[in-house]
Design a protein around this ligand. Structure first.
Ligand SMILES: Nc1ncnc2c1ncn2[C@@H]1O[C@H](COP(=O)(O)OP(=O)(O)OP(=O)(O)O)[C@@H](O)[C@H]1O
Length: 323
């Protein structure tokens, strides 16, 4: 579904390559974590998949298309098949929840009756029914991220890219978001998520591609955030290694919640608008959406997140059983 062949990217003012001879093959339906220190090249990787940037060397293939040769007028059709979720949500502040999601369908020319049925369905699926009329500033961070995910998924893309989607959320809220992404993945959508969240990666145990100064230094199935020796604390008591999420220092501590006003050139809006020009790129048969059961939005459970995470990720309530 996504193939990088010896891909290098040197930015015009970049001192060193942001990516250097990177080769990665991601199959249809995979869930892949992109990890690595700040500046290691994760966002650059995602931008190349979206054709926001072009490689300076090598080839990038997405859904069988060679993006290095893709003409500009075909880029909207490429992006129509890719949903994108960001750390800072990027919702339209003057539109309510329903309108934020409906907008993504309006700009690609979906008929009104389709929008009227699809939007409530996807909002229920992400756990936001009853909140359709709220504006982004009336929602918690986790709820805003659910709106952003609904907007990215409403057109049923083949690929969902997420750049630090839990970066502004607390661990329990992050877990709800991960369950949602897991569930989206279980419908057949390929998910690639850049993250610093070691707890999430360790709980999910999916494929991990680790970048370091633009090189792939690890590509491992069912993996943890870092190698064991990398996540031991330098000082203090030894962590309890048989209790995931406990005693392991978090690298990506949550930052305060923020609501970002989209720039005039907001990518999501731009993507959607561009997509209106182009039709029919990545249609695929998506399974029926069932509501996301029993997953409280921003739950304030007294249960420790790590215990809840283990239970959720190990089967009960992952959403797989309902799909
Ligand atoms: N537009 C740009 N122009 C010049 N250099 C850039 C540009 N974008 C990124 N870089 C550089 O490319 C390298 C990789 O950046 P990138 O944003 O891909 O890293 P990252 O792993 O996503 O980092 P973070 O985790 O902080 O988001 C960094 O050295 C960065 O300074």
């Amino acid at each position: 579904m996504i193939r990088f062949e010896n891909v290098s990217k040197v930015y015009a003012r970049g001192a060193r390559p942001a990516l250097d001879e990177v080769s990665v093959d991601i199959e249809r339906g995979e869930f892949v974590f992109l990890v690595g220190a700040s500046g290691s090249g994760k966002s650059t990787f995602l931008r190349l998949v979206l054709r926001e940037e072009r490689p300076t060397g090598g080839r990038v293939y997405v859904a069988g298309r060679d993006l290095t040769r893709l003409s500009g007028w075909k880029v909207p059709s490429l992006r129509r098949g890719i949903g994108m979720v960001f750390q800072d949500f990027r919702l339209l502040p003057n539109k309510n929840v329903y309108e934020n999601v409906a907008f993504a369908l309006q700009v690609i020319g979906r008929p009104r009756h389709t929008i009227r049925t699809t939007v409530p369905e996807v909002l229920e699926w992400v756990g936001l029914d009853g909140k359709e009329k709220r504006r982004p500033h009336e929602l918690s961070g986790g709820e805003q991220q659910r709106v952003a995910i609904a907007r990215a998924f409403v057109n049923r893309p083949q690929i969902l890219l997420a750049d630090e989607p839990t970066g502004n959320l607390d661990p329990t809220t992050s877990l709800g978001i991960m369950r949602l992404l897991d569930r989206i993945n279980s419908t057949g959508t390929t998910v690639v998520m850049a993250t610093h969240d070691d707890e999430i990666v360790n709980e999910m145990r999916r494929r991990v591609v680790e970048l370091s100064t633009g090189h792939v230094v690890r590509d491992e199935a069912d993996a943890e955030y870092g190698r064991r020796e990398d996540i031991l604390p330098l000082v203090g008591p030894a962590p309890v290694l048989d209790a995931p999420g406990r005693g392991v220092p978090r690298r990506g501590a949550p930052t305060p919640r923020i609501v970002v006003q989209p720039e005039p050139g907001d990518l999501a809006a731009e993507q959607a608008a561009e997509a209106a020009v182009e039709q029919g790129a990545f249609e695929h048969d998506a399974p029926e959406l069932a509501p996301l059961a029993e997953d409280p939005v921003d739950s304030h459970t007294a249960e420790p997140p790590s215990r809840r995470a283990r239970r959720a990720m190990s089967g009960a309530g992952t959403g797989h059983e309902e799909a």
